[in-house]
Design a binder for this molecule. Sequence first.
Ligand code: AMP
Ligand code: MG
Length: 284
Amino acid sequence: MTAHRVPFDGKFSIRDFSCDPPGSAPSKKELEAELADLVDRLDKLQQRLFADERFAVLAVFQAMDAAGKDSTIRKVFSGVNPAGFRVHAFGRPSELELRHDFLARVGQRLPERGKIGVFNRSHYEEVLVVRVHPQFLAAQNLPDAALKRIWDERFESIRNFERHLAANGTTVVKFWLNVSRKEQKKRFLERIEKPDKNWKFRLGDLDDRERWEDFQKAYRSALAETSREWAPWYAIPADDKAYMRVAVARILVATLERMDPRYPELDADQRRELDEGQRRLGKE
Ligand code: AMP
Ligand code: MG
């Protein structure tokens, strides 16, 4: 699965990744049909993952506001069994969270074997919003020594953390929903104009919009430094929602297919139990 994948060698140029779907993308109608099929396949793969109990999947979603994180998660995972699936949204850290190291709160929300965990925002906020707005870093009260090479240190911590997860059975896959500044404006205006979307609008979101270029730089460096074979980033064109959903779903399906979770093999005792069950039910 190499479409939209951020290279693993640290050389990532945002300019090579479009906010628009490729020219070869299917029509809206075809995309909707494909999504329905992918949602179904994801459901079947999740059942195998659940039964297998050896692996977990962690899917990370990061993006600017209004790029479509919530709706993409809702649509792509609409077919999976909620019992084997959990979404966690990370907002501003609490007082207590601020007193811990920056990976502590994500460590508590990781999916266990057999499950799919989704992070709507994640530890990456620690090298994105925290990098762009220095007051968030100040609130963490770190000693001077920790501040010296802080971003390089954080990238290294994140690479090691994700490598550790991968080595212990959690497949990590990360999506940056790449929305354009122009499309974000359109979606913000929609949030202001449509009563059922008003609740999503926060004036504070415009502060991040005003720092657009700084965020782009922070994304560039975070993705370049942390897209690795064991935890790839995908930069998904986000200006067209139908395409974005299909692109994410294709990658998840391919990722799970590569993991190839299996129903556990029955041992002799379990086979005997099946035979016995069949015999007893046959007698009723
Ligand atoms: P939303 O996801 O739109 O509900 O907003 C959550 C807000 O919390 C976003 O503005 C994030 O940038 C912010 N946020 C998430 N994690 C952190 C963090 N570690 N430090 C500061 N702000 C954060
Ligand atoms: Mg927001």
